[in-house]
Design a protein around this ligand. Sequence first.
Ligand SMILES: [Zn+2]
Length: 315
Amino acid sequence: MTAHSSASAERSASPFRFELRARACPVCDANDSRPFAEANLDPLALNAFAFAARKLPEYMHHALVVCRSCDLLYANPAPDSASLEAAYLDAAFAASDESRYAAATYAGFLPAIAAKLPDRDGALDIGTGDGAFLAQLQAHGFTQVVGVEPSAAPIAAAKPEIRALIRHAPFRRADFAPHSLRLVSCFQTIEHVYDPLALCRDALSLLRPGGALFLVCHNRRGLSARIMGARSPIFDLQHLQLFSPHSVRALLARAGFSRIEVRALVNRYPIAYWARLSPIPAAIKPRALELLRKSGLGRFTLAAPVGNLAAIAFK
Ligand SMILES: [Zn+2]
């Protein structure tokens, strides 16, 4: 094993290994980047949690560069699609409460989006996790609601009536009829895929004219990323690219979408969640989290514009 070509880890289940591939900018295809950060990768510290929605150990990431053309920050080299699918298949899931809070936050955009759609017939949520957003789609009047999720654990955690709506698979255009959807949503997932432009183009092909793509992703130029610098949790192994308002707009435009809107997102989460993501030193973090849990304080919610973007675009 060499650090540049592959990495592997012993886990309780089975070891995984990924191949790293050099790539051009996955948004604009330019080969004009400047270094942002060296790889910070300890193969021995990797475990099943490294590919879960929230995971320890933290702060590991691939070598990161910034595209001079479109402002995308991306991993180069990055693990290829096949390696990623294998890794996510077995990823642990430990974020049920958080997914519910996140889904409620994202659903705050649905009335405004739905008002611009010709109808609400056909909605797909990519990377749906335990399907918390599928329930929100139904509550907002969407029909023919379906989710795709590559990891088994979050699907197992889904409510039975929601689980029936989730396909255990990575997103593949061929699994859906062209021009069959009115809304495609994809939250905190566009950073994780090897080819984000292909995902957006595929979503476009599945939408009927007038349909919308609704993305939520981290804003690498957001306040928290600027304050926390290299300690920001957005720099992690799972994130193969990180967007800014400029680069997410470039992504959607290049994919063929129009009427692109990019807005800041205000997240509401329990305090325990904020604490878990905070740069508290690893030596005392478990004790701090335990204290929040025992005191009950960790269950109070707090809203903050932590640096997520909502991007909505139409076909
Ligand atoms: Zn670029």
